[in-house]
Design a binder for this molecule. Structure first.
Ligand SMILES: *[C@@H]1O[C@H](CO)[C@@H](O)[C@H](O)[C@H]1NC(C)=O
Length: 491
């Protein structure tokens, strides 16, 4: 790895956020193509006003005005609408942007990441289909579909596996010749200071180095540290916090139809994947989650059924095969929490997934909506409690707690907590993102200028929309460089 003396921007995280920003900072510049049109007539006429200027030189706020889309960030909606016009309606309108490589605009930058470019996509298990349509995952200038068509003959649908996406991102970095700005297998160890100029220090393959940059961009994912329930017994060996631990148990042959049920805790997509994987082996499943099955906040109530039939199936299972508590064992179950009373299984017949199988369409599955886990016991019993306080004890072979994750921001003071919308909580994509200015991505609570954040850290989980953050940061960084040039030429 070659180190520049004057790195201007220091990007922490080499997933799609970091890659997209690196592309823009390397001098790839979006213009309106001469004979392009945009389906939005207002945006079209605004773009036509100064077609000789690149997007990075126009007034982004003006272009964003009046646009609406599925991200709350206006620049994200603008950039998405320019890269994939009308894609919300399933239409394939060609992008009106033409990308020119203008190396004289490049800003020296360094992208740091723990693994190879592509970030967390490399760590995801290969079987899971990704949430988004394939073209929503693509980065500017290289059609994911074309690349996929080259790789496999039958593109059966518009969705790609995480392994394909990871490989696409890696290919993108080499295809666009961005490699010299990437320091992979690098860990940021200390003090990225929210002061000006920010300073970062890093360890690369055990060779420590430190850098001084004018700007630092926080562009990591948010899946480093699995969230925990914080309940008794959560560190017992049968309690796991990641999907791959289920995959490992499956590949070791530890689960089959005669196993005790697997308890899946959580109602997100990873939890759904775990339910499907266990169900596929005919292993009985208990599925506990806090929300009700009709809660609009539940991801399954937001996904189009046709596009995600397997997740629709999980939602159907959750709805149709709910645990029906019988009043009798309640006191007994409550007693179990007394340390002096030895725990014993007290599930009513209806909470045994095998006994209800004869009449159900999904044999072996039982959901516990609006339940929380109270404790895990060393003898693999789990105590669940409903919203109304009724307790059920279930015997399991393993428990999978899949309730989200947090980023590892150990290189920031207090793990970055003071930068969050709620400074008392750990940073997370959905519940507590880092607060940024929507047009610059500048971190609102940073002590000085020069600290930016983008992607899942600011609540933008979809690759489709995190590109907007890259555009905003490249835009600001281009303005700063211009100012400096003007100052130089005045001398
Ligand atoms: C966070 O990252 C640092 C640096 O890579 C590492 O030493 C630490 O163990 C990580 N923390 C957690 C909780 O994973």
């Amino acid at each position: 790895m070659k180190l520049h003396n004057e790195i201007v921007v220091f990007i922490i995280g080499n997933g799609p956020s970091g890659i997209c920003l690196s592309y823009l900072l390397s001098g790839y510049t979006p213009y309106l193509s001469p004979d392009a049109s945009h389906p939005n007539p207002l945006l079209h006429s605004k773009l036509r006003e100064q077609p000789h200027l690149s997007l990075l030189e126009q007034d982004l706020e003006y272009l964003c005005e009046g646009l609406e889309g599925r991200s709350s960030n206006p620049v994200a909606v603008l950039f998405d609408s320019l890269l994939l016009p009308d894609s919300d309606f399933g239409l394939e309108h060609a992008s009106p942007l033409a990308w020119r490589y203008e190396p004289e605009r490049a800003t020296p930058h360094l992208v740091l990441g723990k693994g190879p470019p592509g970030g967390a996509w490399h760590a995801m298990e290969g079987s899971m289909l990704t949430l988004s349509l394939a073209n929503w995952m693509e980065l500017p200038g290289l059609k994911l579909k074309d690349w996929m068509r080259e790789k496999r003959r039958n593109v059966r649908n518009d969705r790609a596996t995480p392994a394909e996406i990871a490989s696409y991102y890696q290919h993108y970095v080499s295809q666009m010749s961005l490699g010299q700005s990437f320091a992979s297998r690098t860990t940021v160890t200390s003090h990225v200071l929210p002061s000006s100029p920010p300073d970062g220090s890093s360890v690369s393959e055990e060779v420590p180095f430190s850098l001084l940059a004018h700007s630092v961009v926080l562009a990591t994912g948010t899946h480093d540290i699995p969230a925990r329930l914080g309940v008794e017994g959560e560190s017992l060996p049968f309690v796991c916090h990641s999907f791959w631990e289920l995959e490992n148990a499956i590949s070791r042959g530890e689960l089959d139809q005669s196993s005790d049920p697997v308890l899946v805790v959580g109602a997100g997509l990873t939890a759904a994947d775990a339910v499907l994987a266990a169900h596929h082996l005919n292993t009985p499943v208990y599925h506990a989650f806090r929300r009700s099955v009709t809660d609009p906040g539940l991801i399954f109530n937001q996904l189009p059924k046709l596009l995600y039939p397997e997740y629709h199936k999980v939602h159907q299972m959750m709805t149709q095969q709910q645990h029906r508590p019988s009043p009798a064992p309640q006191d007994q179950a409550g007693d179990l929490l007394h340390p002096s009373t030895p725990p014993s299984p007290t599930s009513s017949p209806s909470s045994s997934p095998t006994s209800s199988s004869s009449s159900s369409s999904y044999p072996g599955y039982l959901s516990f909506p609006r339940h929380r886990v109270v404790a895990f016991r060393p003898d693999r019993k789990c105590v669940l409690e409903s919203d109304s306080g009724q307790r059920t004890v279930v015997q399991v072979s393993m428990a999978l707690v899949l309730i989200g994750a947090h980023p590892n921001l150990s290189f920031l003071p207090e793990n970055g907590r003071p930068l969050g919308v709620n400074p008392d909580e750990p940073i997370s994509c959905r519940r507590n993102p880092i607060e940024v200015d929507p047009f610059t991505c500048g971190v609102v609570s940073a002590d000085g200028p020069g600290m930016y954040a983008m992607g899942p850290l600011v609540g933008e989980n979809f690759v489709r929309f995190l590109k907007g953050g890259a555009l905003a940061i490249a835009y600001i960084s281009g303005k700063k460089t211009k100012k400096k040039e003007r100052r130089k030429s005045n001398l």
